[in-house]
Design a protein around this ligand. Sequence first.
Ligand SMILES: *[C@@H]1O[C@H](CO)[C@@H](O)[C@H](O)[C@H]1NC(C)=O
Ligand SMILES: *[C@@H]1O[C@H](CO)[C@@H](O)[C@H](O)[C@H]1NC(C)=O
Ligand SMILES: *[C@@H]1O[C@H](CO)[C@@H](O)[C@H](O)[C@H]1NC(C)=O
Length: 267
Amino acid sequence: MRFNLAAALLALPLLAASDTPDYQAQFQEFLGQAQGHFEKLASRLPSPNTYDPVAAAAAKDGPNNVHVIALHNWKETLYGPVTPGSITPEEWWVLMTGGNKTCFGHCGKVEAAFNETAGKFASEATSPHMALLNCDNQPVLCNAWSAPVGSLWIFEMLPEPSPISIFSKRLNLTTVTSDDLVQLEKGGYKAVAREHDGIFHPFNGPLAQNGLSIPAGYLLWACGLLPSWAFMILVSLFSRRMMASRMEGQMRGGPRPATTGQAAPRR
Ligand SMILES: *[C@@H]1O[C@H](CO)[C@@H](O)[C@H](O)[C@H]1NC(C)=O
Ligand SMILES: *[C@@H]1O[C@H](CO)[C@@H](O)[C@H](O)[C@H]1NC(C)=O
Ligand SMILES: *[C@@H]1O[C@H](CO)[C@@H](O)[C@H](O)[C@H]1NC(C)=O
């Protein structure tokens, strides 16, 4: 619940700003500045992301041919097999997995089934490319995509700047087998998976289009570390401050906001 609340709070002003053409230019300028500040800040924070390049290389070159994606390499990995000018999508299957922290130790079976499936696919020429995203190791990326652990995301990659379709399917963590996944590929996933859209879409969503996915991922990850009561207190302090400064503005005889004034962003 606290996750959704944070997401909603984050999304509202962004969507409001990007939907009003009048403020678009102003918003872009603000965005540029915010990104600059964010990059400086992020370079000083201790990174919550872990990635083992040796293990990742071994997994990629191993018999299962499984890629391990992370914040720094997901995009180039997914675009890797895409040829310029191609109109047939390259299919990537990405399993959102996790360990004791994000999946409470329940992702072992689905991960093993996925690995086994990758081994079967590796010998077929037209089968999907396979990748693992471990949310214990990559909390920022998982938050930026708002990706639930234990789900399978199927990316249909086309050359840039084409929009990318993603289909997602929740897998049953207690029962799923490699045969189920092979069957999903044979039978066609479009009938049983859901097309993914919304503000967190890694390519087409408004956050990604404005370069805000990763800041949002950090913000949501940080909100997730707070206990929910602390989050509520922050929200209430913040809204009181806003009320107080608005009242103060009126008492000083500042310009009275028009009746619709609240919708207009401040300069
Ligand atoms: C996850 O938790 C289980 C049970 O508490 C423990 O046996 C296992 O070592 C833990 N795994 C990791 C990677 O910490
Ligand atoms: C699946 O494969 C990856 C990459 O080789 C490996 O790190 C992981 O431990 C495997 N998971 C299971 C449950 O075998
Ligand atoms: C997974 O499958 C088992 C056995 O069919 C079922 O009891 C369980 O409710 C399923 N879990 C989910 C999350 O659908």
